[in-house]
Design a protein around this ligand. Structure first.
Ligand code: HEM
Length: 135
């Protein structure tokens, strides 16, 4: 399985992966829970699932529009006061959740692809911390 097929399975499962992700992420990092105090998780899960699509797209075919979107998302996270240091925790929790989601279909090669894709997306989000990108 490659990243594209992985994304397809994730999208087929509605917001299931995002649901598993937030359970795992906030269980493992309770210090980050206050950031989510006012968050509507149903909405959040749907938006997170969509951002995995954005992350995969940029990895497969980088385009200025998706680059701009990820920088904008970074600016928003800066406004939410999300610390840059928490992104490594986010990435590890996401990869652990994906592994759980895919079971036997998970592989080191697939992990490498998702890790590169997420790292690339995080770098663009950080650029949006540095320079304010608004719409
Ligand atoms: C690649 C990394 C990340 C992606 C793709 C991502 C994606 C998203 C998206 C799509 C939203 C919804 C934005 C909106 O309402 O329009 C969001 C909101 C949010 N994210 Fe992230 N996120 C990432 C990293 C993080 C990290 C590391 C944290 C750390 C705690 C975090 C915490 C939050 C919170 C608290 C909100 C909701 C804020 C609010 O509505 O008040 N995110 N994220």
């Amino acid at each position: 399985m490659d990243i594209h097929q992985s994304l397809h399975q994730i999208l087929q499962a509605k917001d299931r992966l995002a649901q598993l992700f937030y359970e795992h992420f906030l269980e493992k990092h309770p210090e980050l829970r206050p950031f989510f105090a006012k968050v509507d998780f149903k909405r959040q899960q749907i938006l997170l699932t969509t951002s995995l699509m954005v992350i995969e797209r940029y990895y497969a075919h980088p385009t200025p529009a998706v680059e701009q979107y990820l920088q904008y998302l970074g600016t928003k996270h800066n406004e939410f006061r999300i610390p840059v240091e928490s992104y490594a925790k986010w990435t590890e929790s996401m990869l652990t959740t994906m592994q759980k989601f895919h079971g036997d279909d998970w592989s080191p090669e697939l992990e490498k692809q998702w890790r590169s894709a997420i790292d690339q997306a995080c770098d663009l989000m950080f650029a949006g911390y540095e320079e304010r990108v608004t719409v």
